[in-house]
Design a protein around this ligand. Structure first.
Ligand code: IPM
Ligand code: MG
Length: 370
Protein backbone atom coordinates (compact mmCIF):
# COMPACT_ATOMS: atom_id res chain seq x y z
CA UNK A 1 0.00 0.00 0.00
CA UNK A 2 2.61 2.44 1.07
CA UNK A 3 6.09 2.85 -0.31
CA UNK A 4 7.17 5.43 2.16
CA UNK A 5 10.89 5.87 2.51
CA UNK A 6 12.12 5.53 6.07
CA UNK A 7 15.69 6.17 7.15
CA UNK A 8 16.58 4.09 10.20
CA UNK A 9 19.35 5.51 12.40
CA UNK A 10 19.81 3.24 15.44
CA UNK A 11 22.85 5.17 16.75
CA UNK A 12 24.78 4.27 19.90
CA UNK A 13 24.26 2.39 23.15
CA UNK A 14 20.82 0.88 23.50
CA UNK A 15 19.77 2.49 20.20
CA UNK A 16 20.44 -0.71 18.29
CA UNK A 17 18.59 -3.00 20.65
CA UNK A 18 15.44 -0.91 20.82
CA UNK A 19 15.45 -0.27 17.07
CA UNK A 20 15.61 -4.03 16.37
CA UNK A 21 12.26 -4.41 18.11
CA UNK A 22 10.68 -1.79 15.86
CA UNK A 23 12.08 -3.54 12.80
CA UNK A 24 10.27 -6.70 13.92
CA UNK A 25 7.02 -4.74 14.04
CA UNK A 26 7.65 -3.26 10.61
CA UNK A 27 8.21 -6.81 9.33
CA UNK A 28 5.00 -7.99 10.91
CA UNK A 29 3.09 -5.10 9.35
CA UNK A 30 4.54 -5.84 5.93
CA UNK A 31 3.39 -9.47 6.21
CA UNK A 32 -0.04 -8.98 7.68
CA UNK A 33 -1.21 -5.51 6.75
CA UNK A 34 0.13 -5.29 3.20
CA UNK A 35 2.01 -2.21 4.21
CA UNK A 36 5.59 -2.04 3.03
CA UNK A 37 8.15 0.57 3.80
CA UNK A 38 11.26 1.29 1.83
CA UNK A 39 13.88 1.02 4.58
CA UNK A 40 17.45 2.30 4.54
CA UNK A 41 19.68 1.92 7.58
CA UNK A 42 22.76 4.04 8.32
CA UNK A 43 25.15 4.83 11.16
CA UNK A 44 24.82 7.92 13.32
CA UNK A 45 26.45 9.32 16.45
CA UNK A 46 29.63 7.94 18.00
CA UNK A 47 29.32 4.73 15.99
CA UNK A 48 29.36 6.77 12.78
CA UNK A 49 32.26 8.87 14.06
CA UNK A 50 34.31 5.71 14.69
CA UNK A 51 33.57 4.19 11.28
CA UNK A 52 33.02 7.20 9.02
CA UNK A 53 34.92 10.00 10.73
CA UNK A 54 31.87 12.15 11.46
CA UNK A 55 28.76 11.73 13.63
CA UNK A 56 26.65 11.96 10.50
CA UNK A 57 28.11 11.73 7.01
CA UNK A 58 27.00 13.98 4.16
CA UNK A 59 25.70 10.88 2.38
CA UNK A 60 23.51 9.91 5.34
CA UNK A 61 22.31 13.50 5.64
CA UNK A 62 21.31 13.43 1.97
CA UNK A 63 19.36 10.19 2.49
CA UNK A 64 17.60 11.85 5.43
CA UNK A 65 16.65 14.78 3.18
CA UNK A 66 15.27 12.36 0.57
CA UNK A 67 13.30 10.24 3.07
CA UNK A 68 9.66 10.58 4.05
CA UNK A 69 10.60 10.12 7.70
CA UNK A 70 13.59 9.37 9.89
CA UNK A 71 13.45 6.96 12.81
CA UNK A 72 16.22 7.76 15.26
CA UNK A 73 17.44 5.63 18.19
CA UNK A 74 19.86 7.40 20.51
CA UNK A 75 23.38 8.82 20.40
CA UNK A 76 26.21 9.52 22.81
CA UNK A 77 28.43 7.92 25.40
CA UNK A 78 31.45 8.83 27.50
CA UNK A 79 33.67 7.14 24.94
CA UNK A 80 33.32 10.25 22.76
CA UNK A 81 33.62 12.86 25.54
CA UNK A 82 36.85 14.23 24.12
CA UNK A 83 35.84 14.39 20.48
CA UNK A 84 35.71 17.98 19.13
CA UNK A 85 32.29 19.58 19.46
CA UNK A 86 31.20 19.54 15.82
CA UNK A 87 31.93 15.83 15.47
CA UNK A 88 30.43 14.72 18.78
CA UNK A 89 27.49 12.30 18.70
CA UNK A 90 25.03 15.08 19.69
CA UNK A 91 26.17 17.18 16.72
CA UNK A 92 24.45 14.67 14.42
CA UNK A 93 21.17 15.24 16.18
CA UNK A 94 21.50 19.02 15.95
CA UNK A 95 22.45 18.80 12.26
CA UNK A 96 19.46 16.60 11.45
CA UNK A 97 17.16 19.03 13.26
CA UNK A 98 18.66 22.07 11.55
CA UNK A 99 19.11 20.72 8.01
CA UNK A 100 15.66 19.11 7.94
CA UNK A 101 14.23 22.29 9.55
CA UNK A 102 12.47 20.23 12.23
CA UNK A 103 11.23 23.25 14.15
CA UNK A 104 8.35 21.66 16.09
CA UNK A 105 9.21 19.04 18.69
CA UNK A 106 6.23 17.17 20.12
CA UNK A 107 6.93 15.49 23.43
CA UNK A 108 3.85 13.87 24.92
CA UNK A 109 3.93 12.88 28.58
CA UNK A 110 1.15 10.37 29.04
CA UNK A 111 0.66 8.23 32.13
CA UNK A 112 -0.76 4.87 31.14
CA UNK A 113 -3.04 3.38 33.80
CA UNK A 114 -0.88 0.29 34.14
CA UNK A 115 2.14 2.43 35.02
CA UNK A 116 0.67 5.15 37.23
CA UNK A 117 2.30 3.54 40.26
CA UNK A 118 5.78 3.83 38.72
CA UNK A 119 5.80 7.64 38.96
CA UNK A 120 7.67 9.29 41.82
CA UNK A 121 4.61 11.51 42.31
CA UNK A 122 1.51 10.47 44.23
CA UNK A 123 -0.88 8.31 42.23
CA UNK A 124 -3.81 10.77 42.17
CA UNK A 125 -1.57 13.56 40.85
CA UNK A 126 -0.51 11.60 37.77
CA UNK A 127 -3.24 9.02 37.09
CA UNK A 128 -4.70 9.78 33.66
CA UNK A 129 -2.15 12.52 32.97
CA UNK A 130 -1.89 13.53 29.31
CA UNK A 131 0.16 16.59 28.49
CA UNK A 132 2.03 17.60 25.38
CA UNK A 133 5.12 19.75 25.27
CA UNK A 134 5.66 21.60 22.02
CA UNK A 135 9.29 22.67 22.00
CA UNK A 136 10.85 24.98 19.41
CA UNK A 137 13.76 22.93 18.06
CA UNK A 138 15.80 24.79 15.45
CA UNK A 139 16.57 28.17 16.97
CA UNK A 140 17.14 29.91 20.30
CA UNK A 141 20.31 29.47 22.28
CA UNK A 142 21.08 26.12 20.64
CA UNK A 143 21.92 27.82 17.35
CA UNK A 144 22.18 31.59 18.02
CA UNK A 145 25.27 33.53 16.92
CA UNK A 146 27.64 34.75 18.21
CA UNK A 147 28.75 31.86 20.34
CA UNK A 148 32.10 30.59 21.50
CA UNK A 149 34.86 30.83 24.06
CA UNK A 150 37.50 33.52 23.62
CA UNK A 151 40.34 35.16 25.48
CA UNK A 152 39.96 38.61 27.01
CA UNK A 153 43.54 38.84 28.25
CA UNK A 154 46.19 36.58 29.75
CA UNK A 155 44.14 35.66 32.79
CA UNK A 156 40.53 36.14 31.68
CA UNK A 157 38.47 34.34 29.06
CA UNK A 158 34.78 34.51 28.27
CA UNK A 159 32.05 32.32 26.83
CA UNK A 160 29.05 33.52 24.83
CA UNK A 161 25.80 31.84 23.81
CA UNK A 162 23.12 33.86 22.08
CA UNK A 163 19.39 33.44 22.53
CA UNK A 164 17.64 34.78 19.46
CA UNK A 165 14.10 34.38 18.08
CA UNK A 166 12.32 35.98 15.15
CA UNK A 167 8.58 36.61 14.73
CA UNK A 168 8.15 33.88 12.14
CA UNK A 169 10.05 31.32 14.20
CA UNK A 170 7.74 31.91 17.14
CA UNK A 171 4.64 32.06 14.95
CA UNK A 172 5.22 28.74 13.22
CA UNK A 173 5.83 26.71 16.37
CA UNK A 174 2.93 28.45 18.13
CA UNK A 175 0.59 27.47 15.28
CA UNK A 176 1.55 23.83 15.79
CA UNK A 177 0.78 24.14 19.51
CA UNK A 178 -2.57 25.90 18.97
CA UNK A 179 -3.64 23.45 16.25
CA UNK A 180 -2.84 20.48 18.49
CA UNK A 181 -4.60 22.05 21.48
CA UNK A 182 -7.77 22.34 19.37
CA UNK A 183 -7.97 18.57 19.03
CA UNK A 184 -7.08 18.03 22.69
CA UNK A 185 -8.37 20.04 25.67
CA UNK A 186 -8.04 23.42 23.97
CA UNK A 187 -5.50 25.00 26.29
CA UNK A 188 -2.00 26.33 25.59
CA UNK A 189 0.42 27.36 28.35
CA UNK A 190 3.23 29.40 26.84
CA UNK A 191 6.37 29.31 29.01
CA UNK A 192 9.19 31.88 28.86
CA UNK A 193 11.14 34.24 31.12
CA UNK A 194 9.55 37.54 30.13
CA UNK A 195 10.46 38.92 33.55
CA UNK A 196 14.17 38.72 32.73
CA UNK A 197 14.83 38.14 29.04
CA UNK A 198 14.16 40.27 25.95
CA UNK A 199 13.45 37.09 24.01
CA UNK A 200 10.98 36.13 26.73
CA UNK A 201 9.12 39.40 26.44
CA UNK A 202 9.13 39.12 22.65
CA UNK A 203 7.94 35.49 22.82
CA UNK A 204 5.00 36.49 25.02
CA UNK A 205 4.05 39.44 22.80
CA UNK A 206 4.32 37.38 19.59
CA UNK A 207 2.26 34.48 20.94
CA UNK A 208 -0.36 36.93 22.26
CA UNK A 209 -0.72 38.63 18.86
CA UNK A 210 -0.99 35.36 16.95
CA UNK A 211 -3.57 34.09 19.43
CA UNK A 212 -5.65 37.23 19.01
CA UNK A 213 -5.51 37.08 15.21
CA UNK A 214 -5.91 33.36 14.53
CA UNK A 215 -6.60 31.31 17.64
CA UNK A 216 -8.80 33.29 20.01
CA UNK A 217 -11.00 30.20 20.55
CA UNK A 218 -8.11 28.41 22.31
CA UNK A 219 -7.45 29.17 26.00
CA UNK A 220 -4.02 30.75 26.29
CA UNK A 221 -2.08 31.35 29.48
CA UNK A 222 1.43 32.74 29.87
CA UNK A 223 3.60 31.19 32.53
CA UNK A 224 7.17 31.90 33.60
CA UNK A 225 9.33 28.89 32.79
CA UNK A 226 10.57 28.43 36.37
CA UNK A 227 7.02 28.49 37.67
CA UNK A 228 6.04 26.03 34.92
CA UNK A 229 8.70 23.59 36.16
CA UNK A 230 7.34 23.95 39.69
CA UNK A 231 3.70 23.55 38.61
CA UNK A 232 4.61 20.42 36.64
CA UNK A 233 5.57 18.61 39.81
CA UNK A 234 2.94 20.30 42.00
CA UNK A 235 -0.20 19.75 39.94
CA UNK A 236 0.61 18.57 36.40
CA UNK A 237 -3.00 18.00 35.35
CA UNK A 238 -3.53 21.78 35.03
CA UNK A 239 -1.65 21.56 31.71
CA UNK A 240 -2.76 20.48 28.26
CA UNK A 241 -0.24 21.82 25.71
CA UNK A 242 2.91 23.57 26.91
CA UNK A 243 4.51 25.78 24.26
CA UNK A 244 8.09 26.81 24.85
CA UNK A 245 11.49 27.60 23.35
CA UNK A 246 14.37 25.26 22.65
CA UNK A 247 16.25 25.46 25.95
CA UNK A 248 13.26 25.64 28.31
CA UNK A 249 11.66 22.85 26.29
CA UNK A 250 14.70 20.68 26.88
CA UNK A 251 14.38 21.15 30.64
CA UNK A 252 10.61 21.05 30.95
CA UNK A 253 10.30 17.93 28.81
CA UNK A 254 12.67 15.98 31.05
CA UNK A 255 10.64 17.08 34.07
CA UNK A 256 7.37 16.10 32.40
CA UNK A 257 8.90 12.81 31.31
CA UNK A 258 9.62 11.72 34.85
CA UNK A 259 5.99 12.27 35.86
CA UNK A 260 5.24 9.21 33.78
CA UNK A 261 7.55 6.96 35.73
CA UNK A 262 10.21 6.28 33.17
CA UNK A 263 12.00 7.94 30.29
CA UNK A 264 11.83 4.50 28.70
CA UNK A 265 8.17 5.11 27.89
CA UNK A 266 8.31 8.42 26.04
CA UNK A 267 8.29 8.91 22.28
CA UNK A 268 8.75 12.18 20.43
CA UNK A 269 8.27 13.69 17.00
CA UNK A 270 10.15 16.54 15.35
CA UNK A 271 8.30 18.07 12.42
CA UNK A 272 9.32 20.42 9.62
CA UNK A 273 7.15 22.88 7.70
CA UNK A 274 4.45 21.51 5.41
CA UNK A 275 5.63 21.85 1.79
CA UNK A 276 3.70 22.37 -1.50
CA UNK A 277 2.71 18.71 -1.85
CA UNK A 278 1.33 18.57 1.67
CA UNK A 279 4.16 16.53 3.17
CA UNK A 280 6.74 17.50 5.77
CA UNK A 281 10.15 16.31 6.90
CA UNK A 282 9.92 14.46 10.20
CA UNK A 283 12.06 12.58 12.66
CA UNK A 284 10.84 10.31 15.44
CA UNK A 285 12.92 9.51 18.45
CA UNK A 286 12.51 8.13 21.97
CA UNK A 287 13.20 10.76 24.66
CA UNK A 288 15.58 8.45 26.52
CA UNK A 289 19.26 8.57 25.64
CA UNK A 290 21.75 5.89 24.65
CA UNK A 291 22.10 4.53 28.23
CA UNK A 292 25.63 3.14 27.75
CA UNK A 293 25.52 1.59 31.25
CA UNK A 294 22.95 -1.00 30.16
CA UNK A 295 23.78 -1.23 26.45
CA UNK A 296 24.09 -4.73 25.03
CA UNK A 297 22.51 -6.36 28.07
CA UNK A 298 18.96 -6.77 26.74
CA UNK A 299 17.67 -4.64 29.62
CA UNK A 300 16.53 -1.58 27.66
CA UNK A 301 12.86 -0.77 27.37
CA UNK A 302 11.94 -0.71 23.65
CA UNK A 303 8.48 0.81 24.22
CA UNK A 304 9.46 4.47 23.70
CA UNK A 305 11.07 3.48 20.41
CA UNK A 306 7.99 1.48 19.44
CA UNK A 307 5.70 4.37 20.37
CA UNK A 308 7.92 6.72 18.32
CA UNK A 309 7.20 4.46 15.37
CA UNK A 310 3.48 4.74 16.23
CA UNK A 311 3.85 8.54 16.13
CA UNK A 312 5.47 8.19 12.70
CA UNK A 313 2.49 6.23 11.41
CA UNK A 314 0.18 8.95 12.67
CA UNK A 315 1.98 12.19 11.89
CA UNK A 316 3.90 11.27 8.73
CA UNK A 317 1.71 8.68 7.04
CA UNK A 318 -1.82 9.41 8.26
CA UNK A 319 -2.11 5.76 9.29
CA UNK A 320 -4.15 6.59 12.36
CA UNK A 321 -5.64 3.13 12.79
CA UNK A 322 -2.31 1.37 12.61
CA UNK A 323 -0.82 3.90 14.97
CA UNK A 324 -3.59 3.28 17.51
CA UNK A 325 -3.17 -0.45 17.05
CA UNK A 326 0.49 -0.27 18.05
CA UNK A 327 -0.34 1.94 21.05
CA UNK A 328 -3.08 -0.43 22.11
CA UNK A 329 -0.74 -3.42 21.85
CA UNK A 330 1.75 -1.63 24.11
CA UNK A 331 -0.96 -0.84 26.66
CA UNK A 332 -2.19 -4.42 26.69
CA UNK A 333 1.30 -5.79 27.25
CA UNK A 334 1.64 -3.49 30.27
CA UNK A 335 -1.80 -4.43 31.56
CA UNK A 336 -0.66 -8.06 31.53
CA UNK A 337 2.07 -7.09 33.99
CA UNK A 338 5.03 -7.46 31.65
CA UNK A 339 7.80 -4.99 32.53
CA UNK A 340 11.36 -4.14 31.62
CA UNK A 341 13.46 -3.27 34.67
CA UNK A 342 13.01 0.52 34.36
CA UNK A 343 9.24 0.34 34.85
CA UNK A 344 9.08 -2.36 37.48
CA UNK A 345 6.80 -1.36 40.31
CA UNK A 346 6.41 -4.37 42.54
CA UNK A 347 5.71 -7.95 41.74
CA UNK A 348 5.56 -7.80 37.94
CA UNK A 349 7.67 -10.08 35.83
CA UNK A 350 10.86 -8.52 34.45
CA UNK A 351 11.47 -9.33 30.82
CA UNK A 352 14.22 -8.53 28.31
CA UNK A 353 14.19 -6.01 25.47
CA UNK A 354 13.56 -8.80 22.98
CA UNK A 355 10.81 -10.40 25.05
CA UNK A 356 9.10 -7.03 25.31
CA UNK A 357 9.23 -6.59 21.54
CA UNK A 358 7.88 -10.10 21.04
CA UNK A 359 5.11 -9.45 23.55
CA UNK A 360 4.01 -6.39 21.56
CA UNK A 361 3.91 -8.47 18.37
CA UNK A 362 1.94 -11.16 20.19
CA UNK A 363 -0.61 -8.51 21.22
CA UNK A 364 -0.77 -7.17 17.67
CA UNK A 365 -1.61 -10.69 16.54
CA UNK A 366 -4.32 -11.03 19.15
CA UNK A 367 -5.79 -7.61 18.33
CA UNK A 368 -5.91 -8.24 14.58
CA UNK A 369 -6.45 -12.01 14.51
CA UNK A 370 -3.29 -12.23 12.35
C1 IPM B 1 17.09 16.22 23.91
C2 IPM B 1 18.56 16.07 24.25
C3 IPM B 1 19.37 16.89 23.26
C4 IPM B 1 18.99 18.35 23.42
C5 IPM B 1 20.89 16.70 23.36
C6 IPM B 1 21.29 15.25 23.29
C7 IPM B 1 21.62 17.51 22.33
O1 IPM B 1 18.79 16.44 25.57
O2 IPM B 1 16.72 15.89 22.77
O3 IPM B 1 16.33 16.64 24.77
O4 IPM B 1 19.55 19.06 24.28
O5 IPM B 1 18.13 18.80 22.68
MG1 MG C 1 17.02 16.84 26.67
Amino acid sequence: MSNKKILILPGDGIGNEVMSEVLKIIDWMAKTRSMTFDITERLVGGTAYDKEGDSISDETMQIALDSDAVLFGAVGGSKWDNVERDKRPEAALLRLRKDLDLFANLRPAVVLDALAGASSLKLDLVKGLDILIVRELTSGVYFGQPRGISKINDTESKAIDTQVYTTSEIDRVSRVAFDLAKVRRNKVSSAEKSNVMETGLFWRKTVTELHKKEYSSVDLEHILADNCAMQLVRYPKQFDVILTDNLFGDLLSDTAAMLTGSLGMLPSAALGPVNENGTRAAMYEPVHGSAPDIAGQSKANPLAMIMSFAMMLKYSFDMHEDSKLVEKAVQNVLLKGLRTADIKDGAEKIISTQEMGNAVIQELKILTGN
